[in-house]
Design a protein around this ligand. Structure first.
Ligand code: PLP
Length: 313
């Protein structure tokens, strides 16, 4: 969906007009991918607009920055407040929020340390389908995820998404909705922009953090909900073939929410329909995000914005 401009972008503590949020082509980030960022949703709820797990997303952004020795100069509370300020000033909900920090203009070279750190926050209208509405046909990619001591997967860094683009483009060109990368040992890692779960013999399994996965906020939410519902949960190394024989497989992510997977490498998962565990978790996740079920884990940050009907992505 094309970007829909809003009024303001937050830059280093101030709101500036959308059109003025520009950088020089010689900025470090353009050449070396030196950025860390977040992707967050603000939902339409029964009681108005609310941002989903804002604190956790902004803590992950600070963690990503720490891994890359980037000092953002803002505390977690300041970053959270800046997101709320941006969303409220733009008055657009439901929306997608994109905070980003990068190394800016100063010196061009592999040593990044003398370049200024620029922090921006933008948001734009974004709704989508209801979780569980759509099933995906996916493939295992010929591209692996990065090995652990190459690019750190726990950092949500711009550079990692060159790998995601290879995985996603290959999948699309071969007629699939999405691709899954294996880790350096040939074990299941994750989708180009989603974590992966499977149900096998009554247990809910997902790849452990050692398999080059992003520690997804939705992944964490699903793990919390499953444990709360008494579903046995295991984070472990997952062999590729376990996906083919699983009872249920689904993606999780801020964009994907909970998306059931119908087939992998043209092998149908069970009967090809969303399974009961997927449906139960999707209903609970979406119920909390949209305020239809109690926010019992304190995941929602209300914002003062008049909500419009969801737009389709
Ligand atoms: C590579 C990758 N894995 C997993 C996810 C899911 O993470 P989250 O649930 O925090 O959106 C994302 C989302 O951006 C991603 O880019």
């Amino acid at each position: 969906m094309p970007l829909q401009p809003t009024k303001h972008i937050w830059h280093n503590g101030k709101l500036i007009p959308w059109d003025q949020a520009q950088i020089h082509v010689m900025s470090h980030v353009i050449h070396y991918g030196s950025s860390v960022f977040e992707g967050i949703r603000c939902y339409k709820t029964e009681k108005g607009a609310a941002i989903f797990r804002l604190q956790d997303h902004m803590q992950r952004m600070l963690d990503s920055a720490k891994i890359y020795r980037m000092d953002l100069s803002y505390t977690l509370d300041q970053m959270n407040d800046a997101v709320v300020e941006t969303v409220e000033s733009n008055g657009v909900a439901p929306c997608y929020i994109r905070p980003i920090a990068f190394r800016g203009y100063g010196e061009l070279g592999v040593n990044p340390l003398k370049n200024p750190i620029e922090v921006y926050i933008g948001n734009f209208a974004w709704g989508k389908y209801v979780s569980g509405d759509r099933s995906a046909d996916i493939c295992i990619s010929s591209w692996n995820r990065m090995a652990p001591n190459t690019l750190p997967a726990l950092a949500k860094a711009g550079a990692n998404y060159m790998n995601s683009q290879l995985i996603h483009m290959e999948a699309k060109m071969n007629g699939y909705d999405e691709g899954v990368g294996l880790d350096v040992n040939g074990l299941v890692s994750e989708g180009s922009g989603e974590n992966l779960f499977l149900v096998h013999k009554g247990q809910l399994l997902t790849s452990y953090l050692g398999s080059s996965v992003l520690a997804g906020i939705t992944r964490a939410s699903i793990l919390t909900l499953a444990r709360d519902m008494g579903i046995p949960v295991v984070e472990q190394p997952i062999p590729r073939e376990l996906l083919y024989i699983a009872d249920e497989v689904f993606f999780t992510g801020t964009a994907a929410e909970v998306t059931p997977i119908r087939s992998i490498d043209r092998i149908t998962i069970k009967d090809g329909l969303a399974g009961p565990v997927t449906k139960q978790l999707a209903a609970e996740y979406f119920g909390i995000a949209t305020g239809k079920r109690p926010d019992r884990f304190n995941w929602l940050t209300p914002v003062k914005v008049t909500v419009n009907e969801p737009v389709s992505a």
